[in-house]
Structure formats: C-alpha cells, structure tokens
Design a binder for this molecule. Structure first.
Ligand code: GLU
Length: 469
C-alpha cells in the first residue's frame, strides 16, 4: 500500500504557523514512507474561494520547502461537490442518514432548554428530502468508535455520546465533516495527520468512513500550538502568520527547524540541526501529545544562529528584500540610487553577527545610504550631555588631522580626545555615534566611520555640533 497523506488548509488569507508545522510533518512522513503528499485546498465556503489566498498558501509552502511540482495537487474541494452530494445520497438511501426538520428551538424546548445535542426526534419519521431539511447521520446507539492515532494511541469514543450529527444542510449542501471524508476517500488518503483541534471530529468522520464502506485512514493528531499563557495561538491575539515571520526576516531554514521542535526533538542534546537530520530522525509516534509552546523568543535566538552560520555572500543575498523592498516588505528609508553595494558588503560581516532577524539590517546600515542621518531624538537626548559640544569640536579637529581614515586610527584618535577630558572611550563615542548614525546602538563605530568616509562623517559631526549651539 502506498502511503498517501494530505495537507488540507482552508484558505483564510494567511498561513498559520501551526498549519506550516502540520504540513511539514505530513511532508516528512510521506518522504519517509516513500509515499505521496497531496495538497487539497478546502475552499467550499464561498467566502474562502479567493485565488490570491490559494496563491498565498502555495507560496508559503514553497518558502518552507514544500515546493510546487513536488507534490500532488492542489486539488480544490469545491470541485468535488458532486461526490459530496452523492455520498450524502448513498448514506440516506442505505438508511444511515435521515432528514430532519427540527429547529434548534424545538430541540431545546424538548430537551428542557439545555442544548446538549440532537435528541433523535426525526430518526424514524421517514421524512423525504425537502427545503430546509437537514440530513443527519444515524449514529449507532451502542458500541464505541476506536480511532487508531499514531500519536495518541487508541482514543475511544462511546457511540451513545455522539449525537446524530448533520451531514448536509437544509439547502442540501454537505458540511465540512462529510466533504472532508469524501475527499480523503476520493484521493485515496491512507494517513490523516492534522491538528488536535480536529480530534473531536474524528469519531464522527470514522463512522462516516465505515458507513460508506471504506477502511478508515490511520490518524495522527498533532498537538495544539499555544502561546506563553498556554492559550491556543489565535490570529486575533498572537502573531501566527507565517508570512509575518517571513517578512520580518526569519530564514525559512530556521523556521522549519523550529516548527519541527514543537512537540518533538532530535536525538542528543541538539535543537539546531540540518534538515536532513530531521528528515531522518523525525518519528510521528514520538510527538508529544501535550500542547506545544510556540516561543517567539526562542525562535528569534534560533534565527540569529542561522543568520550567523550563513556564508557572508549568502547573508548579503538574504538581506536583499529588505534593502530594496518588495510587495510585502516596506522599502528602506533611502532612495534606490543612494544604495552602495560595496559599502554594504564592507559592513555586512559586522551586521551579520548582530542581528536576529533580517529586517534589522535596515536600521543598522541606513546611516550609510541616507543623505542625512535619521536622528532618533531619544538617542540624541541620551548621548548629548554637557560637554558633548566641546568633545565634538575636539573630535572634529582630531579627525580632520588624521593621516589615514581607517578604523584603528580613528579609534586611537578618539580615545586620545576622550582621555584629555577624563572620558573612557565608550563615553567619548556616544555623541559621535549619534551625530553620524542617529542612534546610540549599532555597528561598531570606527568601522562605520571608515566605510562612511571622512567627508560624510565630518559633515554630520559638524551638523550635530551646530545643533548643540
Ligand atoms: N480544512 C481543515 C482546516 O484547515 C483541515 C481539516 C483536516 O485536516 O482534516 O482546519
């Protein structure tokens, strides 16, 4: 039997990091089993049927390493409406489903105003189909439904606790539970690896597989992803969009490594490992079923390590989207013709060790490319103390006189200027740094001055001096 897994996102306009994690787990499982990964876009909800949302899913998958052309699909759930309806009909014809015209209010009135599920009122009324009549599945009264779950063992659900659930709405349209099962059948899916949120649907879906006479798949419900308060990651509260991380400058390699650690770890005391190790070592059965904490701080630290490990040319290449702007990344504060690739290449190794996400490249290097530095007023207030004007005067005079404009000379020169005033180098640097870069933190100052060159450095120091009058 060829293993066939699927990733079945509902388009929402953004790609949830939890979805990315499930996609990767499916992807690896298929690869390990010599199987096939199928992509199915669950777009039956008309509001979700937007081509640009599908394109967003495909490009997010590309980014994370599941590339177009290397999987089967995308299939679109909306294209299988006939199959969904025909399955609903078969279930009705075989007596496994019945029409129901109860309103929620009527059920509530009968069940003592406590809505605990459907009470089976229409089970034996033999209603024909009709406008406004929902189709309900006739859940067995006895026995239990045992689900084989690679992560959770054999969760067992008592059938008598499962209500006669709706499989097609009053307008005849099949609901998600049924459409999802029918698609999995049509596409020959053998293993359903998906988020824990769907575990409560599983006994109902397995009953549908049984009733339709097809052997159900093996399931694997991967743990819910939570924030630091142990709340399920939500798009209203948390940063959940993979695209947001991408546009902030997380590397795909760091992201997918981190995502695979949600509920699982490679052998040894390692977390940052090459993708090939993850592909070899990952075992679905080893995934911890408890909620997995998505720790953004840890992800950031991971990303910093991945950035530092890049060969510098790759780092320079990886920074390009932030240096130019794209359709989703804001343009930098300089004009395209102000950018100097040689100056950037000169400071890139210094920046590479200091940033944790690629977007941080911009505030670290903007001083090189903007005509006048973007002064951060809080930084200015912090750096410009009594005595700063005199210090700048002395530094300007000393820098004007250096024989060679290189980092080492500039450093010893400013050191001497500071020493004459009883200032350590750190204190003497602060006004110069703010004058030249606009900030109190950033790349090493003297290397920055060297790359910026004498003319622009001195002009900025003089301008700051004027401002201090
Ligand atoms: N479309 C469903 C979702 O995005 C997936 C259901 C499934 O994986 O079975 O949650």
């Amino acid at each position: 039997m060829t293993v066939r897994v699927r990733f079945a996102p509902s388009p929402t306009g953004m790609f949830h990091v939890g979805g990315a994690r499930s996609a990767l787990q499916n992807w690896i499982y298929a690869k390990q089993q010599g199987g096939v990964f199928v992509l199915r876009i669950e777009d039956t909800d008309a509001a979700r049927n937007r081509p640009e949302w599908t394109e967003g899913i495909l490009s997010a998958l590309d980014w994370i390493g599941i590339e177009r052309g290397s999987y089967e699909g995308p299939y679109f759930q909306s294209a299988y409406a006939d199959e969904h309806r025909s399955a609903a009909r078969r279930l009705h014809d075989s007596g496994r489903a019945y029409y129901c015209d109860c309103t929620r209010e009527a059920v509530q009135a009968r069940t003592g105003n406590q809505y605990t599920g459907y009470d089976g009122f229409c089970r034996d009324r033999g209603l024909p189909p009709g406008e406004g009549r929902a189709l309900r599945f006739r859940t067995p009264d006895e026995g239990s439904t045992v689900v084989t779950d690679l992560i959770r063992g054999e969760p067992t659900f008592e059938n008598k606790l499962i209500e006669d659930f709706v499989i097609a709405r009053g307008d005849g349209s099949p609901v998600f539970l049924l459409a999802n099962v029918v698609d999995d059948m049509t596409m020959g899916i053998t293993h359903v690896i998906r988020a824990e949120e769907h575990l409560p649907n599983t006994p109902k879906q397995q009953l549908l597989w049984d009733a339709l006479g097809v052997k159900p798949p093996i399931w694997a419900h991967v743990p819910v992803v939570v924030n630091e308060k142990r709340q399920k990651l939500s798009k209203r509260r948390d940063k959940v969009a993979l695209e947001a991380y991408r546009d902030e400058g997380y590397l795909a390699a760091a992201m997918r490594n981190y995502l695979m650690l949600l509920g699982w770890a490679p052998s040894g005391d390692r977390e940052i490992v090459p993708w090939s190790v993850i592909e070899d070592e990952f075992r679905l059965a080893e995934v911890n079923p408890s909620p997995a904490f998505f720790d953004e701080k840890k992800l950031r630290a991971f990303n910093g390590e991945y950035i530092r490990a890049l060969p510098v040319e790759e780092f320079v290449e990886a920074c390009q989207p932030w240096l130019t702007g794209t359709d989703t990344i804001a343009p930098p504060p300089w004009q395209p013709d102000e950018f100097d690739p040689a100056a950037f290449a000169a400071v890139a190794p210094l920046a590479q060790t200091r940033i944790a996400v690629l977007s941080e490249i911009v505030p670290n290097v903007d001083f090189l490319f903007v005509a006048t530095p973007l002064i951060d007023e809080a930084a200015w207030a912090k750096a410009m103390k009594a005595g700063s004007a005199e210090l700048l005067d002395a530094a300007i005079a000393a820098f004007e006189a250096v024989g060679s404009w290189d980092a080492e000379t500039l450093k010893s020169t400013l050191e001497a200027v500071g020493a004459e005033r009883g200032l350590k180098l750190g204190k003497a640097q602060a006004p110069v740094r703010v004058a030249v870069t606009g900030r109190t933190v950033g790349l090493p100052l003297f290397e920055s001055l060297e790359v910026l060159g004498p003319e622009r450095s001195l002009t900025r120091m003089r301008a700051a001096r004027v401002r201090l009058v």
